[in-house]
Design a protein around this ligand. Structure first.
Ligand code: AMP
Ligand code: GLY
Length: 471
């Protein structure tokens, strides 16, 4: 048992009193209490969370709802495919029946819908913010107001509901300029307009045509920031925050960071752009003021804060572009294969407001994930294409782990693709080059004519050798 497990043993089971089944078991060999964990979601991020939770010494069992075919066949969790994760009552009653002692909510949609509020009210420790705290991701206007009030560095902006007023402001500011829908728009609500005409079109699409529904009823017109983007992750317990190791994704679909935006085509950790010095500036100027600000506003944030940053070219200083209130996907995959601390204990500590003083242990090398996606993604793509050779691919080199984001079984029990992003081929190595070589060796073994992948994941961190050799 590591120090972290011991530190929190005394708290286990202290605040849970469900009648049907106890949320803690006892590991008789090691003589400490173990926890049944329920992970909400069914993508690659949730597979990685299940994998790390299952490795925790204090984990009894991992359940995942709904999960997917790959999660269940990997045996990293037992999938509960028929639990409706948007029905709070159903989730509460399931937790009580199965003695769940910790719920970890992966995606933003159930968070914004208030699943955590219901679970916490029912006395079930839940890692993930309340609906009110999820507004940091759910409303850009809310996030920008918070930045104003608590002096958090971000791009200058104004919010509009009237298209003519928005266009007049755009005219005054000039291009390039950035137009954003206020609400959740499936990653499509941001236009970086290089011309005034483009900016006006974006305003019309949101405020006049209603292309984004209620998410686009309010628009934020924002100063264009020039620099290099970076992601930053912190675990938050309502009052305290601890940084996670650095990780960076590649959002564009094509090699050389070209083509349309996606949810992320690959990621690596650590990310050299986030130096220790920069990390401490981000904690002090952005993360801590946000956490304190949310608490002062009466919406304590418990969960992962994922900050999208622009490291400004002129000053070298970070500015906040956006917040997500969950782990990044696929950044979570590289973080979870590197995490060595007992994740169950860490997340329970966050739920209890006891993260202060905790430091996390990470494997010293590097990790990379290469996403394999269905041909056509992020546009329309065919579903149901056959994927073979996954077992062989996982064994091709040491340190390889395949996370499933969108797979199902066909009638013969073979894997088929059911989503846009389908597999996260992840590998650890002594350095990024080794992790990269192993991940691509595994990618090459996968037999899937319906899928594609980027060949240059990590190129910014590996400038001397940009592309994988085979193709
Ligand atoms: P968001 O959904 O807010 O992360 O925005 C999507 C992408 O738009 C970001 O990853 C950036 O590449 C770009 N972006 C957003 N805001 C700005 C800004 N103020 N200046 C320059 N680029 C931006
Ligand atoms: N990888 C980007 C995201 O999770 O939003």
């Amino acid at each position: 048992m590591n120090a972290l497990s011991m530190q929190f043993l005394s708290h286990l089971g202290s605040d849970t009193s469900h009648s049907e089944s106890s949320p803690v078991g006892v590991d008789t060999k090691n003589n400490y209490q173990t926890v049944t964990v329920l992970v909400i979601g069914g993508g690659g991020r949730e597979h990685a969370l299940c994998y790390a939770l299952q490795r925790s010494p204090s984990c009894e069992t991992v359940l995942c709802a709904p999960g997917n075919a790959g999660i269940s066949s990997s045996k990293n969790a037992t999938c509960i495919s028929d639990l409706d994760i948007y029905d709070g009552e159903a989730v509460i009653s399931f937790c009580r029946k199965r003695g769940v002692g910790l719920v970890v909510v992966g995606p933003e949609a159930p968070l914004v819908a208030g699943l955590t509020n219901e679970l916490v009210k029912a006395g079930i420790p839940t890692f993930g913010p309340s609906a009110e705290a999820s507004a940091l991701e759910g409303s850009k206007n809310f996030m920008k107001h918070l930045c104003d009030k608590y002096d958090i560095p971000t791009a200058k902006y104004k919010t509009f509901t009237d298209p003519s007023a928005a266009k007049q402001y755009i005219q005054e500011q000039g291009a390039p300029i950035v137009i954003k829908a206020d609400g959740l728009a499936a990653g499509k609500g941001v236009t970086v307009a290089m011309t005034l005409e483009e900016a006006h079109e974006a305003v019309d699409s949101m405020l006049v045509k209603g292309d984004f529904g209620s998410a686009g009823c309010r628009v934020i017109v924002e100063e264009f920031l020039e620099g290099e983007e970076a992601s930053f992750f912190a675990l938050v317990d309502g009052e305290n925050a601890i940084p996670l190791e650095s990780a960076q994704d590649h959002k564009r679909v094509g090699d050389g960071d070209t083509g349309p935006n996606t949810g992320g085509m690959g990621a690596y950790s650590p990310a050299p752009i986030l130096t220790k010095e920069l990390q401490s500036i981000v904690m002090d100027s952005i993360i801590i003021p946000t956490v304190k600000g949310m608490s002062a506003e009466g919406s304590k944030f418990v969960g992962v804060l994922y900050a999208g940053l622009m490291i400004e070219k002129k000053s070298g200083m970070p500015k906040l572009i956006e917040y997500n209130v969950r782990f990044g996907d696929p950044e979570c995959q590289v973080l979870m294969v590197r995490l060595e601390s007992d994740l169950v204990q860490v997340l329970l500590a966050a739920c209890r407001g006891e993260l202060n003083g905790i430091s996390l242990n990470w494997s010293p090398g590097s990790a990379m994930v290469v996403v394999m996606a269905s041909n056509g993604y992020p546009g329309s793509y065919e579903k149901g294409t056959l994927i073979e050779n996954l077992e062989e691919a996982e064994l091709v080199a040491p340190g390889v782990k395949i996370f499933h984001a969108g797979t199902a079984f066909d009638s013969e029990g073979r894997f088929i693709a059911t989503g846009g992003r389908v597999l996260g081929i992840t590998a650890k190595g002594n350095d990024l080059e080794e992790a990269r070589d192993r991940a691509y060796q595994a990618v090459e073994k996968v037999n899937w004519s319906g899928g594609f992948f980027r060949r240059d994941i990590g190129w910014r961190a590996l400038p001397q050798k940009q592309y994988a050799t085979k193709g």
